[in-house]
Design a protein. Structure first.
Length: 196
């Protein structure tokens, strides 16, 4: 378990990062990350949304409210460590609803931060929220073949979930809702093991 001082120092470094803004991908840097050194569950999303520019806290908007509902369904009332593949709001999508998906160069610029978070925190449960987090830490594949499954690695377990954004229509299908419930059942079981 890391010390609060070590985690605070890493968070200060992350919040001071301007790499994507310096490279011209975003107009301004505002890295967002939050968690405690005692968290054994770590949630990884795609990127902060627009609301996080004002709150400075991950999963603060509508998607965050839905994610908290899912966590409560899995028996987790106090949100654990929350981070993302890229730490800054990427901007709105050029077409359609929702936010722009970060580009591979942006993901590469931000990758060392996530790697350092994982190395420091050593989470026992890693919750991958949305296709970008799943692709980065699980591998590519259709959500329908990944959500509802569990993957054990030395020292940790990976649990993939769909993105809770209202822009996604994936959860409109009852079969996909069943996969989400299966994923949350895995999360409930693994959370109990972590806190036993």
């Amino acid at each position: 378990m890391p010390s609060a001082r070590d985690l605070g120092a890493l968070h200060a470094e992350i919040r001071g990062c301007t790499r994507c803004a310096d490279a011209g991908f975003i107009p301004r840097a505002f890295p967002v990350v939050e968690g405690r050194s005692t968290d054994r569950i770590l949630i990884v999303g795609q990127a902060p949304g627009e609301i996080e520019l004002t709150t400075g806290r991950p999963f603060s908007g509508r998607a965050g409210a839905e994610l908290r509902r899912w966590l409560a369904e899995a028996g987790i009332e106090d949100p654990p460590y929350r981070t993302s593949i890229t730490k800054c709001f990427p901007g709105k999508a050029a077409t359609g609803p929702g936010d722009r998906r970060p580009s591979p160069p942006e993901i590469a610029l931000c990758a060392p931060w996530l790697e350092r978070e994982l190395a420091l925190m050593k989470p026992r449960v890693l919750v991958l929220v949305g296709s970008l987090a799943i692709e980065r830490l699980w591998g590519k594949g259709p959500l329908g073949t990944i959500v509802g499954r569990i993957h054990r690695e030395p020292g940790r377990v990976l649990i993939p979930l769909p993105h809770p954004s209202g822009a996604s229509r994936w959860l409109n299908d009852p079969a996909n809702q069943a996969l989400l419930r299966r994923g949350l059942a895995h999360l409930r079981r693994e959370s109990r093991r972590v806190h036993a």
